[in-house]
Ligand binder design. Structure first.
Ligand code: COD
Ligand code: ZN
Length: 372
């Protein structure tokens, strides 16, 4: 096929922190070596898009990192993908050759890891522009655009038979939660679990814990409206810190007879990591963090909390090696072994993308899927 050219399409551009996105005509450059250009089909809004939009300084920018689409064209050197392939985008990629990718122990690819500067990994440039002026990327995905360019190591091919408008949730939130429960914590049958934050990420940890046969799955959230929906994902006890007369850790310690086996931080608040540690049991209690904190990334805790044998473990994307492992999750979805559809509380058209931001800010959604 002929070499792809620059194309023009609609993208939702964020011009400044907290400013409503504006649908603009943008130029999308052709895929560079080892890159693919993807026609985005569905993309959901994740809390980390919202946090970055509110707090970071890189603008103008195209957010979005939880997405599915169809390959429109491939750049030089790409043999793994061809036009028409269905893909999920990956905000943390897998090169399959670096020390981490070959380790069998880590998903922290050294070449295509989380991109924080708003550019592409390979040349530190952008693939979007408006009248020649660069528009920055987010996590090297930028799915709030009809077309985007990603590195071929930041996408994974999926079967043509699975609905792209559902499985986009596996591109971040649902997979991150399931992986934290299965890969990072490796929850054992009959154990007790406490989950801080009942968004899609926390409720996917709950689903993972339920599959493993946890005996108690305690959900902690300041939003009372989460109580009902949380039950459908396996939460057995709901705790609202605002309605407790004692500290949360005291409540958890009482329910679990001395602390949970596993605690998960799914809020993105480092202060809650300390609380999570205090609510898992001495000796073997494990606290797993999933959140990307918006402010105050420092951790503070009394050392005694670890001296008594607890473990704190961080994770990114639930420990999944994204390219190697996501096809098996897609397979589980097809066989109805995992739930995805239930997290989709709203379907929104691209023009109305700002509604998704409002719904998430107000705590009124789990996932809003935006259809392009
Ligand atoms: N106490 C209790 N609950 C709280 C508190 C508090 N102080 N503050 C907020 N909450 C609740 C909210 O009411 C809400 O229900 C929940 O916490 C957060 O849910 P959402 O829907 O806002 O967020 P999620 O589930 O989309 O994502 C949350 C993370 C913070 C975990 C976010 O960082 C994330 O998406 N991580 C994904 C994992 C990952 O690897 N990301 C890397 C790049 S995206
Ligand atoms: Zn995310």
């Amino acid at each position: 096929s002929s070499f792809p050219a620059v194309l023009t399409c609609k993208a939702a551009v964020a011009w400044g922190p907290g400013q409503p996105l504006v649908i603009e005509e943008v130029e999308v450059s052709p895929p560079q070596p080892m890159e693919i250009r993807v026609k985005v089909v569905s993309t959901s809004l994740c809390r980390s898009d919202l946090s970055a939009w509110e707090t970071q300084a890189i603008f103008p920018r195209i957010f979005g990192h939880e997405a599915s689409g169809v390959v429109e064209s491939v750049g030089p050197g790409v043999t793994e993908f061809s036009e028409g392939d269905h893909v999920l985008t990956l905000f943390t990629g897998e090169c399959k050759t670096c020390r981490h990718c070959t380790s069998g122990k880590s998903n922290m690819c050294q070449v295509l890891g989380l991109e924080r500067k708003g550019v592409m990994h390979s040349d530190q440039k952008t693939r979007f522009s408006i009248k020649g002026k660069p528009i920055y990327h987010y996590c090297a995905v930028s799915s709030f655009s009809e077309y985007t360019v990603v590195h071929s190591g930041c996408a994974v091919k999926v079967s043509l038979a699975v609905p792209l408008e559902k499985i986009c949730l596996l591109s971040c939130g649902v997979a991150a939660g399931l992986g934290a429960a299965w890969n990072v914590a490796d929850i054992s049958e009959g154990s007790t679990v406490v989950i801080y934050g009942l968004g899609t990420v926390g409720l996917s940890v709950a689903q993972g814990a339920k599959v493993r046969g946890a005996s108690k799955i305690i959900g902690v959230d300041i939003n009372p409206e989460k109580s009902e929906i949380a039950k459908t994902f396996g939460i057995t006890h709901f705790v609202n810190p605002k309605e407790c007369s004692e500290s949360i850790q005291q409540v958890i310690n009482r329910i679990t007879d001395g602390g949970a086996d596993y605690a998960f931080e799914c809020i993105g608040d480092t202060g809650m990591i300390t609380t999570a540690l205090q609510s898992c049991c001495q000796g073997w209690g494990l606290t797993v963090t999933l959140g990307v904190p918006k402010v105050n990334p420092e951790l503070t805790a009394h050392y005694g909390i670890l001296l008594s044998g607890r473990t704190l473990r961080g994770s990114l994307f639930g420990g999944w090696k994204p390219k190697s492992d996501l096809p098996s999750l897609v397979d589980m979805y097809t066989k109805k072994e995992i739930q995805i559809d239930e997290y989709i509380t709203h379907n929104i058209s691209f023009e109305d993308i700002n509604q998704a931001f409002t719904l998430m800010k107000e705590g009124k959604c789990l996932r809003c899927v935006i259809h392009l």
